[in-house]
Ligand binder design. Structure first.
Ligand code: GLN
Length: 301
């Protein structure tokens, strides 16, 4: 995090806090790697320094907040189960460092695969990469930024229903130097993109896909802190995916790519819906890095 370093703490003091906090984290079932990330953001200590604990002997370490404030913040992680990324305000995703707050879903590592899938597909069908690509429900803007990063000749559009999310997405695009590549629109799915009817080459989305009844069983970090709007996919979790299957043919070019993230176990039903609709071909379900079916891709006929 970049803020003026104003507080000095002795290495020994911080080391004691570090050891104690790691022990409490372990007991609370929180990965000790999170403590490292916490100190990386607030005390600018890298992983090797933390691993070797060499900072213990440093006379002073400058931090952006006092040790007491640091401890209070960590207690929000421990007791309120606030996700680490909301406390530090930073999430790492692909080669990006992104700003996040509780108005946006924290980008997940598995979502990174969407961008790789786009790269592979546009490498084999190069025309597609020069067309119009949309990220519907952009949240923090990760997918739109990822698309802008790899599709250097495409026009990118990012849409979100939440003005708070869109503000974060815009800030991330500016931070990553990609703002000039992305057109941001506030609205529901395709609604602000009427003027692009029939012209879109690629649709990528990580829509809400968790069945409503499951939300209360999720880990408290997700259930109590991440935006429900970004998670809740209705009774079977497929409301938004179903809607995107029904509506995309109105907006997309023939040969265009329809690509979404979904939940484990939804692949068969999503493939069935895509084939059943009649406007799609070459439907494929792809696993994430853990081998779980996570993505559905199809071409517009
Ligand atoms: N991947 C998120 C989770 O595990 C859900 C995101 C979504 O619904 N799109 O909670």
């Amino acid at each position: 995090m970049n803020f003026p370093s104003r507080w000095l703490v002795s290495g020994l003091e911080l080391w004691r806090w570090y050891c104690q906090t790691k022990a409490y984290a372990l007991m609370a079932g929180i990965s000790v790697a999170e403590v490292d990330l916490f100190l990386k953001e607030f005390a600018d200590l890298d992983r090797l320094t933390l691993r070797l604990e060499s900072f213990k002997d440093w006379p002073n370490i400058s931090m952006g907040l006092s040790l007491v404030e640091l401890d209070i913040l960590w207690h929000r992680r421990l007791e309120d189960r606030v996700p680490l990324q909301y406390l530090t305000g930073v999430a790492y995703w692909r080669n990006f460092s992104l700003k996040v707050d509780s108005g946006v879903l924290i980008p997940r590592p598995e979502t990174e695969c969407l961008i790789d899938m786009v790269v592979v597909t546009t490498n084999s069908i190069s025309d597609l990469g020069q067309g119009i690509w949309v990220d519907l429900g952009t949240g923090s803007g990760v997918i739109a930024c990822g698309l802008a990063d790899v599709l250097t000749e495409a026009s990118i559009y990012a849409v979100d229903y939440s003005p708070l999310a869109l503000a974060i997405a815009r800030q991330n695009a500016v931070k990553l130097g990609l703002a000039h590549r992305i057109n941001f629109y506030e609205g529901s799915w395709w609604q602000p993109l009427e003027h692009l009817r029939g012209q879109i080459s690629g649709m990528v989305a990580n829509p809400p896909y968790i069945p409503s009844s499951i939300i209360s069983t999720l880990q408290p970090e997700v259930r109590d802190h991440e935006p429900r709007l970004a998670l809740d996919g209705g009774v079977d979790g497929l409301d938004c995916i179903r809607f995107l299957i029904e509506t995309a043919p109105l907006y997309m070019v023939s040969g265009g790519i329809w690509l979404v993230e979904m939940m484990a176990g939804q692949g068969e039903e999503v493939a069935k819906m895509l084939y059943g609709h009649g406007s799609y071909c070459q439907v494929e379900i792809f696993p994430d890095l853990e081998g779980v079916d996570r993505f559905a891709m199809a071409y517009l006929k």
